[in-house]
Design a protein around this ligand. Structure first.
Ligand SMILES: [Zn+2]
Length: 193
C-alpha cells in the first residue's frame, strides 16, 4: 500500500533490517537499505555526500550510513516534524548484540516504544533476544492497518503485552484475530499464512 505517514515506513523497514541482520550478521549497508525502501514504494530523489534521499507524495526518508551505525530519518512531506521518526540499526559492543529501534522525534507523545520492544539480535548466534511487534501496513475500505505475521504474534503473546498498541503504545481492544486502538485509530490484524 501507499506510505501515508512515517510509521507506515518505519515499522516494515525496521522489521526487514532485523531480518537482514539475522541472515547476514552485519549492520545493513546503504545499498541494502535502498533496495528495501524502493521495495516499499519510495523513489530515490537524490544522492550526494553519503546521504541518500527517498520520497513519495507523503514522506521523505534520509539514509545516513555512519560507519557501523545506520540511520534512516523519516519526515512527513507536510513538514510536521513532530511526526518524524528515526530508524536506527547498530551493533552494541557491550551487549554484543545488534539493535534496531524506532525513535520518535517527539517522545513526549509516545508512551512506549514503537513496535513495543527494540529488535535485539545476539551478535554471535544471530538469534532474536527480544519480542518486537513489527509488521507492514495494508489497507482496505476502512483505511490502513498493521499486519502481524504468525511468528511475531506468537512472541508477542508470550511476552504478555498484546493489550498494548505496537504503533502508539495505547490500549488495544481485540475481536478475534483483529484489534483496534482507540488512541491512534490503527487496526492490527494477525495473518496466519
Ligand atoms: Zn495505537
Amino acid at each position: 500500500m501507499r506510505i501515508y505517514e512515517p510509521v507506515n515506513l518505519a515499522m516494515p523497514l525496521a522489521k526487514r533490517l532485523g531480518e537482514t541482520i539475522g541472515e547476514r550478521g552485519d549492520v545493513p549497508d546503504g545499498e541494502t537499505v535502498r533496495g528495501i525502501l524502493k521495495d516499499l514504494g519510495l523513489e530515490e530523489a537524490c544522492l550526494g555526500r553519503g546521504v541518500t534521499v527517498f520520497r513519495n507524495r507523503d514522506v521523505i526518508a534520509l539514509v545516513l550510513p555512519q560507519g557501523d551505525v545506520l540511520m534512516v530519518d523519516i519526515i512527513p512531506a507536510s513538514g510536521e516534524l513532530s511526526d518524524a521518526l528515526e530508524v536506527i540499526a547498530y551493533r552494541d559492543r557491550q551487549l554484543n548484540a545488534f539493535i534496531v529501534e524506532i525513535l520518535p522525534a517527539n517522545d513526549i507523545e509516545y508512551e512506549g516504544n514503537i513496535g513495543i520492544e527494540p529488535i535485539i539480535i545476539d551478535a554471535e548466534t544471530l538469534e532474536l533476544e527480544s519480542s518486537p511487534v513489527l509488521g507492514h501496513f495494508e489497507e482496505d475500505e476502512k483505511g490502513p492497518f498493521l499486519v502481524i505475521d504468525r511468528e511475531t504474534y506468537e512472541l508477542w503473546r508470550e511476552s504478555g503485552t498484546t493489550d498494548t498498541c505496537p504503533v502508539c503504545g495505547g490500549e488495544l481492544a481485540w475481536k478475534g484475530s483483529e484489534a483496534y486502538c482507540r488512541d491512534c485509530g490503527y487496526r492490527v490484524k494477525v495473518k496466519y499464512h
